[in-house]
Design a protein. Structure first.
Lengths: 123, 407
């Protein structure tokens, strides 16, 4: 079963981050690396990435065949995606366990979303 | 990297048939499962390259044993400098390329790959590689994950087997039946992974259903008196027989009642029905046999209206008593509704919907929608179909449920 683990950044988690010492930030970064390495080692990791600041985001839309882009930051957005992991593991309980290991879970919340499967109920 | 799928089907079939036998010979001789398994993989890849151009050797199994032994010795030498003196010379001698016939290690290998120290995904990956003879790349493509993920899963599984002290022997009798349950589950998982793949992606996926049927057939051949091995094979044949009618070309789902039964595979149905009929008459009953029997009743009905729902209901009640589970409960309720009417089904659904295993289960809404529709409550049915569509974990099911909500 595949699950996407979404790490969000919001004003509260950013305030926590800003209050950290350099040593604590180093520890946080190392915990991220160790977490990804452990998932790779267990054969459950598909991909794990962090995302740059949303000020660098571009929104893309196509209207009447024309591509238009809008540059971030987007004033209305209070919470945005800061990183994600795609894992393939035994089930939702294990996915929650993995999400709880993400260092950001101690700051704010980390979301687990099941990826669609192709199963069919024979009715 | 080369892989088995690019070569002639006949060579591929032969290599996959020989893979567990060659591995069994090596493990018996050298003992170290992990290194032997790697060596056999390399021998299979070498054969896949050489045989199509140089021709198949006179003794294919002997060729593979010799090449794998040589490779295993190279692997051993490369990491054994520090313990060179400890190894006895005999271990370096290659095993006889023509081992005594009648020794068959496939079953022992299956049991080892389904060792309880491994997670289910690891058991599945290791079984496909060590018993099925598939390459890591092929397994990764079949499960739509990176090759590194599967490679790591397999090497970790082998480490775990080693640290658990698992031996390459049949487990003692009390453990054996428990281990067989794991073997059946792993084979059925492989089958379902292929069975549920959308038609769109099937082009790039190894035929996992065919692979599961092949492995289960091997298991049944080796244990002809095991009713559940026969039941599982029959279940796979009877379910797979409906596959051509089960999805539209765009991958959307066609429910059982709307399938063109002329597209069902009559040969597979005949084999499955004969197998389950014979097994039910001779073996102690088990959950796979019951599921096969239910599939047989569906497959034998010339039209949905001719389905013997009373018999299906009886079989589900039996299944519910020996192997209860949320899906069994839901299917029993559907069968009950077909016999006693949709209102009876809706009442039963309301009675069980709060049980922990079913509370919030996405398929409860789908079944409720189906029964409301049968009861003529179309507006409520549409609402339930919409709710089910939002909660399902399956993409083809969501498309189907949305289309029902819009009907």
């Amino acid at each position: 079963m595949k699950y996407l683990i979404l790490i969000y950044s919001n004003p509260k988690s950013r305030a926590r981050w800003e209050g950290l010492t350099d040593a604590q930030r180093m520890e946080f970064g190392l915990a991220h690396m160790a977490g990804s390495a452990a998932l790779a080692e267990s054969g459950e990791l598909i991909v794990s990435e962090g995302l740059v600041d949303q000020a660098l985001a571009k929104r893309v839309a196509v209207r009447d065949g024309q591509i238009t882009t809008t540059d971030g930051p987007f004033a209305e957005v209070k919470e945005y995606l800061a990183g994600f992991q795609l894992v393939d593991c035994e089930g939702i309980e294990r996915a929650i366990e993995i999400a709880a290991q993400v260092p950001d879970a101690a700051f704010g919340e980390v979301e687990v979303r099941p990826v669609f499967d192709m199963s069919i109920l024979d009715l | 990297m080369n892989s088995l799928e690019h070569i002639l089907p006949a060579v591929e079939d032969l290599l996959r048939e020989l893979a567990p036998q060659v591995l069994g010979v090596l493990v018996r001789h050298y003992g170290d499962f992990a290194a032997c398994e790697d060596a056999v993989q390399e021998a299979l890849l070498a054969a896949a390259v050489q045989w199509p151009s140089d021709g198949e050797p006179a003794n294919p199994k002997g060729w593979l044993i010799t090449v794998a032994s040589r490779r295993r010795t190279e692997l051993w030498r490369s990491d054994s400098a520090r313990r060179r003196r400890e190894e006895i010379a005999a271990a370096l001698a290659a095993p006889d390329p023509e081992p005594a016939s009648g020794v068959d290690d496939t079953l022992t290998l299956l049991m080892l790959c389904c060792h309880p120290s491994l997670t289910r995904p690891s058991q599945v990956a290791l079984t496909l590689r060590a018993v099925g003879g598939l390459s890591t790349a092929e397994i990764a493509r079949a499960f739509l994950v990176p090759e590194a993920t599967i490679g790591q899963r397999i090497s970790r599984a082998k480490q775990r087997i080693k640290s658990a002290g698992a031996e390459f022997t049949m487990p003692p009798a009390p453990e054996r039946s428990e281990r067989m349950v794991a073997v059946f589950e792993v084979l059925y998982l492989i089958f379902n992974e292929g069975y549920t793949a959308s038609s769109g992606s099937s082009l790039v996926r190894v035929e996992l259903t065919a692979e599961a049927i092949r492995l289960t057939r091997q298991l049944h051949d080796r244990l002809p008196d095991d009713g559940e091995a026969a039941g599982l094979l029959a279940l796979m044949l009877l379910a797979d027989a409906r596959r051509p009618a089960r999805t539209r070309p765009d991958g959307t789902l066609v429910p059982l009642a709307e399938q063109d039964r002329g597209q069902w595979n009559a040969e597979a149905i005949a084999e499955g029905v004969a197998l389950i009929t014979e097994t039910l008459a001779s073996a102690p009953i088990g959950p796979y046999q019951l599921q096969a029997a239910i599939a047989a009743v569906h497959d034998e009905a010339p039209s949905p209206q001719d389905t013997d729902w009373l018999q299906i209901l009886g079989l589900y009640e039996l299944l519910d008593s020996i192997a209860p589970g949320p899906m069994v409960t839901l299917n029993r309720i559907v069968a009950s509704a077909m016999v006693h009417g949709p209102q009876a089904g809706l009442q039963q659904l309301a009675d069980v919907a709060g049980e922990p295993a079913l509370a919030g289960h996405h398929r409860v809404d789908a079944v409720r929608a189906h029964l409301l529709d049968l009861a003529g409550e179309h507006e409520q049915a549409r609402e339930a179909f919409r709710l089910a569509a939002r909660r399902t974990l399956s993409l083809p099911e969501q498309r189907y449920l949305e289309s029902r909500a819009a009907r």
